[in-house]
Design a protein around this ligand. Structure first.
Ligand SMILES: Cc1ncc(COP(=O)(O)O)c(C=O)c1O
Length: 389
């Protein structure tokens, strides 16, 4: 199949292995985004007060079908950190409560929970997950060791950031429900990357981006809330949607979709995204990318004297893999890769461990992979056979 890098706006001089951090938007989707921005500027009043609502509904219905939920059960928001802040602020955990999580979570979420746990006096319990991750059962056993009679909620990501591991969130949510716990999932990396069926996962709260693997313009994330919890979700910004004089939607949507004057253009691009995915046979291309990750992960680990941090299976790996490395200066290593070798790749820290994370997206080629291998061979990256116990 032909490569479609020229459909993206990415700098052609850079070998780009970091789709995971901020995605990358293809030209047709970006054009659609700008078309909405122009439509707004053409008739600001008509657009914001009428046309935007119609376009938002179309976009939401298409997206809802894609992720397996009702279009009234979510709203678009700028990023997952904002979504998680809103959830934690709304749930009013108190002294004596515990929120159970893992020690492999995304830093901004850890900070959010730490902030509120200090402010409100609840315990944010970061349960250690042992690596390598070899089975779902092993994960479940590790995770539930952190449970006790004070646990009120569980929070975890569906796919981790620095370690790029897919977690068995369906099984976690199932058990959490049976224990009467609130379930909050950070699925930032999931839409467009790993099949998602919200009805099947049954989380109470689930957030995920469109601007990473669904290739939307930046600032496009969704926050799904199970209808049983929608009354408890307080809007981060109080605006006209609060006690709306003439509500046209549910209270949940009125309050969260009316937040003062904002640019909704990125939220309106779901139809263009779906068109792009279909026209470019993205499913087929991405299946090939996943195969490359499974094949190349052990090769890169060997090259760097490391061991994979999970079983080589699509159960735990999608289009990313993380190699534990040891380096004198991780910031310097990242700078050298970019400035001297024109490779954009993240070197990330999780706890005491440092990882080089490879994202392999549809615009990457096997030549890119060979170039990365040749480059890392030359650099001062020391063997790191194991991760922290
Ligand atoms: C697990 C996880 N959550 C959330 C995010 C992004 O959140 P934000 O854009 O709000 O920083 C990322 C980004 O890499 C992530 O890996």
């Amino acid at each position: 199949m032909n490569n479609i890098k020229d459909q993206f706006l990415l700098n052609p001089d850079i070998t780009y292995f970091n789709h995971g951090s901020f995605g990358a938007c293809p030209k047709p989707i970006f054009d659609d985004y700008q078309r909405w921005q122009r439509a707004l500027e053409f008739e600001p009043v008509q657009f914001i007060t009428k046309k935007r609502e119609e376009a938002l509904l179309v976009s939401k219905k298409i997206f809802a079908q894609y992720v397996g939920c009702d279009h009234e059960d979510f709203f678009f928001i700028q990023n997952p950190t904002t979504a998680v802040n809103q959830i934690v602020k709304s749930l009013n955990f108190k002294s004596g409560d515990e929120v159970l999580t893992t020690d492999l979570e995304y830093g901004a979420m850890d900070k959010t929970f730490s902030f509120y746990s200090k402010k409100l006096g609840f315990v944010y319990r970061r349960q250690h997950i042992s690596l390598p991750l070899l089975s779902k059962e092993q994960f479940l056993e590790d995770f539930w060791k952190g449970y006790n009679e004070k646990t009120r909620a569980i929070f975890l990501c569906h796919c981790t950031s620095a370690t790029a591991l897919i977690f068995p969130v369906k099984e976690i949510c199932e058990k959490a429900k049976s224990l009467g716990l609130i379930t909050i999932v950070d699925g930032a990396h999931i839409p467009g990357h790993v099949p998602l069926d919200l009805k099947n996962i049954q989380a109470d709260f689930y957030t995920g981006t469109l601007h990473k693997w669904l290739l939307s313009p930046k600032g496009c994330t969704f926050l799904y809330v199970n209808e049983n919890f929608q009354d408890r979700v307080e809007p981060l910004i109080i605006s006209w949607g609060y006690e709306a004089a003439k509500p046209i939607k549910t209270k949940f949507l009125e309050e969260n979709e009316q937040q003062g004057t904002r640019d909704f253009s990125a939220f309106l691009t779901a139809p263009a995204i779906m068109r792009f995915f279909e026209e470019n046979k993205m499913a087929e291309r991405q299946a090939a990318c996943r195969k490359v990750i499974l094949e190349q992960y052990p090769i890169f680990c060997d090259l760097l004297g490391a061991k994979p941090i999970c079983k080589l299976s699509n159960e735990f790996l999608g289009q990313m893999c993380s190699i534990p490395i040891k380096t004198k200066d991780s910031l310097q290593l990242k700078e050298t890769l970019y400035h001297d070798h024109k490779i954009e790749i993240p070197i990330m820290q999780q706890g005491n461990d440092i990882y080089m994370r490879i994202s392999f997206q549809v615009y990457n080629t096997m030549d890119d992979i060979e170039y990365l291998k040749e480059t890392v061979k030359k650099l001062e990256i020391m063997p790191r056979a194991t991760v922290s116990a």
